[in-house]
Write a protein that binds this ligand. Sequence first.
Ligand code: SAM
Length: 385
Amino acid sequence: MSCKGSQPSGCCAPKAECPPEKTSCCGGQEPKPSAVHDQVKDYYGKRVVTGDDLQTNVCLMAKTKKPAYIREALAMIHDEVQSKYYGCGLIAPEALPGCSILDLGSGAGMDCFVLSKLVGPNGHVTGLDMTDEQASLDVANKHIAYHMEKFGYKEPNVNFIKGYIEKMVAAGLKPNSFDIIVSNCVINLCPDKRPVLSDAYAVLKEGGELYFSDVYSDKVVPEEIRKNEILWGECIAGALYWRELYQYAKEVGFTEPFLVEASEFSFRDNSWKDMLGQDGYGFLSANYRLFKLPAEAKDCKSMSATYLGGIQACEEVFALDYKYKFKKNEALVVPPHVTAVLMYSRFKNFFKLEETTEIAKKGCGLPDPFQLARSGDIELKKGCC
Ligand SMILES: C[S@@+](CC[C@H](N)C(=O)[O-])C[C@H]1O[C@@H](n2cnc3c(N)ncnc32)[C@H](O)[C@@H]1O
């Protein structure tokens, strides 16, 4: 054991839960990257060459209709990058022009290049990945100049960095430097999700958003599934029990997660389905938004919020999550946690907030993505992850 202690949580958790590099609370030792990281590097660096090599369809992009401005950007992406895309539907939040974005686990760079187009020449995108070979940094770096020319930029607005997403600051990323962090089907591959969230919090600017797509389970995934290397590589075995996301977000300082969309996925091969299904484990992919807000956001009250329009492809309606959908020029009384986001994130530029004597209730209990997906009360994801 390179990390001491036997607590089930914190950075001195048992070996399988350790971040890949030195952790100050573990006696300053320099543990080797965990076996899980090597296994995942091998999976995406050697085993998987294109999407056809994946055993399940968890990490494949659905070819469903996207807004025109995204379709235009996608059409400009180099074929080799497209062929090595293992994300599940483009991960592009709204209101991007001029933003500085970080993509965790950027792979061959597909999301980064599309985002590079969407942020425009005054924005910037950084991709972070631990794998050089095949599908990842080598391919992404090879195509920077191609996309710069294709988008008509004078200089590249995208760069790729090698490093672990559990150790963003150690990889050279500056604290408080990104407006948005995205990630597409990657955090589930990390043995411990907490250092990913805490470093994401550190490198986000105040008001910044972590918008990510990932796989979740409906209960804690047992050891016999977690140790299956293929199921781990396919983004299933490392899925976080969805309730834990709320716990970790709170511990780190993020707002409560806002659930945007979710969809239970199907398996290409019934043998996986049987193995996972026999004990009744459910898996789905979901997009969540978490915000890093200033301390004063905690004092927010219910307010009347009016969407003024102006967000590309959301001319008439802007959906903060599955529940809060704002029609242009229609006031909606929102609870304090929603006021806080509309007051302190980049979305503040698109809203008018007014005091009100009405009080909006938040609703009790956490939104169960499985229940919502099954009941049709949430927009189904266009992609699987
Ligand atoms: C399922 S692929 C997704 C790649 C990319 N987001 C896409 O949509 O094509 C997972 C990627 O995450 C990277 N990855 C997994 N765990 C990582 C970690 N702990 N730190 C950095 N990169 C990681 C892998 O190297 C691989 O490129």
